[in-house]
Ligand binder design. Structure first.
Ligand code: C2E
Ligand code: MG
Ligand code: MG
Length: 599
């Protein structure tokens, strides 16, 4: 019962005080009814006729039997009720004038039987109640468990969605620089497309860092990674919210922006200038002061274009063209680039076999002394006639060979060919030199000095008969140490070092004294501009060079007037079509010039 009560209370159907009052009221009522029935029995048994007595006993027995069920909930009240009514009947039977012990005994036995039945009914009731509340508890527990399960599901769902977002971020971003990767960029473009209006278009800026390989090779990949991360940070700063920045791969970045077609060109050009100013600001990484530059290409795509990749590819081609133009510039895509790119690809592919098939030859162009116009040197210029591509100019194939690294082999070929011709034409006896163009890639290749020395020995040519023409890129601070070592060693052998195309690359006047330079070759563009700005530049350069003990050679001299003006300015030597075009025939050139001089 205690358990039953506890369960009953726990069910919270009614407050326990109410339950207690109900039980007390019910108990009191039942016992009062029992007392009244007991009085009735006493009267019926003692005063009544036989019929009344028997009827009274039957009624009492029936009521007591009924109470085993109706009072099954209350043990004490039930027992008092049953025994109060029945035992009182038996006692009354014995108190009569003519006691009836048999019926009285039957009354006692019936009382016991009824008490047993009442007890059983009570137990059945308690068990059924307990079962009912136990079920209710089970249902409550189940509901609680379901709720807990639902909460767990909700937490799991939240976690899964958070993890999905994290994975998406990882899949669409570059781990090193944290900017978008290719997948992320293409997705950004897809989403952006839907937000654009009819007159909007896309622009792509392809950024290719200049000479990044040298940083990686020279200072290590970890350092290179830090440079890339810093460049990405600067680019991020420069890119507005409506544009996307992506690391396309290696040292290449792509920016895609959108806007009204009308102003998009100006907007893109302005952005390209802005990011250039940010990236080219000097940066300090791990104690190294660096200045990074990049070549960039710009291309456009209509909003309706299926794929922005095409525009990115075009921007890449334009960046390639910018690189060939001398790096550090931005080029816009031009349809002709594709064929140029294809041609460059064919050049690169045909190059190796061309070297093996000896398709390269060397032409010689005289360089004459100012005033006397006596040939003092021949510049060796490489020529290529490819069965597949026809005549390919050095301006085309040298850049490709520098990119692929084949320039090292080609350079060795030209050097040997030039020295062989120098020896065979008996020019050495006349003190005529030969000038060979050397690319920076050759200079920094291991064993270059040794290679030059053995070539000289193989052709029995003294080092003073050889001139090596290098470009202004030797003043690039990033290769400074190694280039200085190599040039000093060559100069130490007695070889002259001339700086070719002077004035077109690094503004290197202030650095001239740092390198063992014997002469500067003023680029032909200045000679051709002698009547305008060229004159001031040439005369200024001549003054400085003379002070430093460096000679000046003018390239691209085509007219007598140019030669005279240059001589007036104090130029030491002249080269150009006026004195001879590059030709495979050295002897003819020499005699032509000598004849001209005699004439
Ligand atoms: P460069 O060393 O400055 O050679 C001079 C270029 O100017 C030659 O072009 C020559 O043909 C041209 N030129 C000479 N006189 C005149 C003139 O009076 N007027 C005009 N308009 N042009 C003149 P080329 O042969 O096409 O060579 C172009 C460049 O290719 C060379 O410029 C040189 O930088 C490079 N190159 C040629 N051969 C080699 C080589 O064997 N190795 C390397 N590394 N570069 C080479
Ligand atoms: Mg040259
Ligand atoms: Mg030149």
């Amino acid at each position: 019962i205690a358990r039953g009560r506890r369960i009953f209370r726990a069910s919270a159907l009614l407050p326990s005080a109410v339950i207690l009052r109900l039980r007390v009221d019910n108990g009191a009522g039942q016992l009062l009814a029992c007392l009244l029935w007991a009085c009735f029995t006493f009267w019926a048994v003692t005063d009544g006729t036989d019929t009344v007595r028997h009827a009274g006993l039957v009624i009492i027995s029936a009521l007591a039997a009924g109470a085993t069920g109706t009072l099954a909930a209350e043990v004490l009240v039930g027992r008092l009720y049953i025994s109060g009514m029945l035992l009182q009947g038996s006692v009354s039977l014995m108190l009569m004038e003519r006691p009836d012990p048999v019926i009285a005994l039957l009354g006692v036995v019936f009382t016991i039987a009824m008490l047993v039945v009442h007890r059983n009914n009570h137990q059945v009731l308690v068990q059924s109640l307990m079962l009912r509340f136990a079920n209710q508890d089970l249902v409550l527990n189940l509901q609680a468990e379901q709720q807990a399960l639902a909460e767990l599901n909700a937490t799991l769902e939240a976690r899964v969605s958070q993890r999905t977002t994290e994975l998406k971020t990882l899949a669409e971003h570059d781990a090193l620089t944290e900017v978008l990767n290719r997948t992320g960029l293409l997705r950004w473009c897809d989403q952006r497309k839907d937000q654009l209006g009819h007159n909007d278009a896309f622009a792509a800026i392809f950024i290719d860092l200049d000479r990044f390989k040298q940083i990686n090779d020279g200072l290590g990949h970890t350092f290179g990674d830090r440079v890339l991360a810093e460049v990405a940070r600067r680019l991020t700063r420069g890119v507005a919210d409506d544009a996307a920045l992506c690391r396309w791969g290696g040292d290449e970045f792509v920016i895609v922006l959108s806007g009204a077609e009308d102003g998009l060109r100006e907007k893109t050009a302005a952005l390209a200038r802005h990011i250039r100013s940010l990236v080219e600001m000097s940066m300090e990484i791990a104690g190294h002061d660096l200045s990074i530059s990049f070549s960039a290409g710009i291309a456009f795509a209509a909003r309706t274009d299926d794929d922005i990749s095409e525009a990115i590819h075009c921007a890449d081609l334009a960046a390639g063209a910018a690189k060939r133009k001398g790096r550090g510039v931005t080029e816009s895509y031009d349809c002709a680039l594709l064929t140029e790119q294809e041609r460059n690809l064919t050049i690169a592919q045909s190059f190796k076999s061309a070297l093996e098939r000896r398709e390269f030859t060397v032409a010689f162009q005289p360089i004459v002394k100012a005033g006397s116009h006596r040939v003092e040197c021949y510049e060796a210029l490489c020529r290529w006639v490819s069965p597949k591509l026809g005549r390919v100019g050095p301006d085309e194939f040298i850049a490709v060979a520098e990119e692929t690294g084949d320039i090292v082999k080609l350079g060795a070929f030209v050097l040997n060919e030039a020295l062989a011709r120098l020896a065979s034409e008996d020019l050495l006896r006349h003190g005529v030199k030969v000038a060979v163009n050397v690319s920076v890639r050759q200079l920094v290749a291991p064993g270059f000095v040794e290679e030059v020395r053995s070539a000289l020995m193989a052709h029995k040519a003294p080092p003073r008969s050889l001139v090596l023409e290098v470009t202004e890129s030797v003043f690039d601070p990033r290769n400074r140490t190694v280039i200085l070592t190599v040039l000093t060693a060559l100069r130490g052998l007695g070889i002259e070092i001339h700086v070719d195309d002077f004035g077109t690359g690094y503004s290197s006047l202030s650095r001239l004294h740092e390198m063992p330079i014997s002469a500067l070759k003023i680029d032909k563009s200045f000679v051709q501009a002698l009547d305008t700005h060229g004159r001031a530049i040439i005369s200024g350069t001549t003054v400085i060079a003379r002070d430093l003990g460096i000679e000046i050679i003018a390239e691209g001299v085509e007219t007598e007037r140019q030669a005279e003006l240059l001589e007036e300015l104090g130029i030491n030597s002249l080269q150009g079509y006026l004195f001879g075009k590059p030709s495979p025939e050295i002897g003819r050139q020499t005699s032509d010039v000598l004849q001209a001089k005699a004439g």
